[in-house]
Design a protein around this ligand. Sequence first.
Ligand code: AMP
Length: 407
Amino acid sequence: MDDAILVINAGSSSVKFAVAEAGDHAVTTLVKGKLTRLDQAPHFTATTDAGEVVADTFWEPTGGRQEILFGKLVDWLDHHLDGHTLLAAGHRVVHGGTRFTAPVVVTPRVLDDLADLIPLAPLHQPHNLEAIRAMAAAHPHLPQVACFDTAFHAGHSDAAMRFALPRALHEDGVRRYGFHGLSYEFIARQMARVAPDLARGRVVVAHLGNGASLCAMFNGRSVDSTMGFTALDGLPMGTRTGSIDAGVILYLLDQGMGHETLQHLLYEQSGLLGLSGGIGSDMRTLLGSGRLEAAQAVDYFVYRTVRDIGAMAACLGGLDGLVFTAGIGERSAEIRARIGRGCAWLGIDIDPVANARGTGCISGAMSRAAAWVIPTDEEQMIALHAIEALKTAASDDRISKEEFFHV
Ligand code: AMP
């Protein structure tokens, strides 16, 4: 029997999952899928890594009771993963705060500590924790590992972590954490394999997807990132504003805008969707549209990305390489070319033929700084962390194995 890890990425209305076969130093994805419409008739879909659809069904409504859904999911996996035993569930948890700077095996105490961080990420953390509780109820003997989006950025300098606010607020947790850490960590790992010299240098990684951010890395470690206290900061995104003058928020509050409307505006109605006047949040839609507003939204996205790559390069004292990843970064040659042109002053010279191919090194022979496309895989990173955390916990006498299994 081969060991496998179930990876869970739980959101407000859907749960994404993947199952990875656990090797010694690498994992292979066996199946990926999604549960959507959790509160109605849950829609369960799954595909193999090769893209073959192996499930597409509606389950009986459970009134949103996730423990029933996770029970059904694990039963389905039992029947469809011949020759594999689930070793653990690894969860993406958005916030580890200042305490959790590495993946951790979940115990009741860990879960309480993570619940204390809900005010820092009210839109995501509750769903992440609900999934852990539901899995514990469905399968009390399956160890669970929490992997944090913030952890990779934990080594930032004091200046990179602060807002220019009174110190007491910083002590209360109002500080810049950074997100997309599991993606950046995966990229750092891949870079060490495919471009070891570059991995030791000064690199800006551009995670450009529906959510978008940059990470300044030196020697594979995060030095700074464009996301801060929440995943709202930094680059414009599909529907999120990115950086915005806090004075705008005060103005809107003065105008009588309530908290919920404001939150909806900043997270759901802004970014590319807002900039394009509602044409779309999807980069493909905007690139394919002939309308001026769509072109202006794309211009803004490129402009702000180039501007912040400059800021990240300044944090690093120069630039040895730029890495593109996530949906837009991996698939849009046009956006890469435009960002590349904006970064010519940093020594980036993208080769059009290599860029059109869209994998590996895409910079020209004369480029002073390298440009790469490296696909990210957060699920793999979570699976690798889960295996590692289980090994560490198994050899740690301070962790009671009873507690370890019963969340
Ligand atoms: P992600 O959140 O990483 O899944 O990325 C989603 C984003 O990638 C959306 O804005 C998509 O429009 C964008 N995307 C995916 N494929 C392409 C493509 N071929 N060209 C441009 N954008 C793309």
